[in-house]
Ligand binder design. Sequence first.
Ligand SMILES: [Zn+2]
Length: 146
Amino acid sequence: MTWTQITGTISALPARRGEEPGTYLWIDAGDLGEQVVAELFLPAVPADSLDCALGVAIGTVRSYGDDRTGEVRLEFGRVRDGRGVVSARGSGVDSDIVFALSHHPPDGGYCPHCGSELALEVVKVITPPDGGVIGMPAGRCTRCGS
Ligand SMILES: [Zn+2]
């Protein structure tokens, strides 16, 4: 696997696996041919404290058309003002990612009924024994209640 430097978006939400707090990350970076799309659970690091954070995340990485599950070592650099950089090394990825940071799920986090911003709950995370990660973001609309 060749090292790449790519640009994209990371969505980071507060998450919990059982009693273990952390951050759920959706990564979408790179152009066709070197695209990396990943869903990862990063234990112990709060979603609002990614600046210079270090950790080993677990999850699914799709790169070069391959889906892989396993561990990814994340080394964040400066993360502030909605932008940041992270080195991701591990299962299916060896990249420095320059990213725009979002605190919404990739599908937007807006109410499908009235379009208001959803009040997001902590993402419930399951890591099945056969690998990968399942994150269930849940939100509630404070305007129309759906
Ligand atoms: Zn609504």
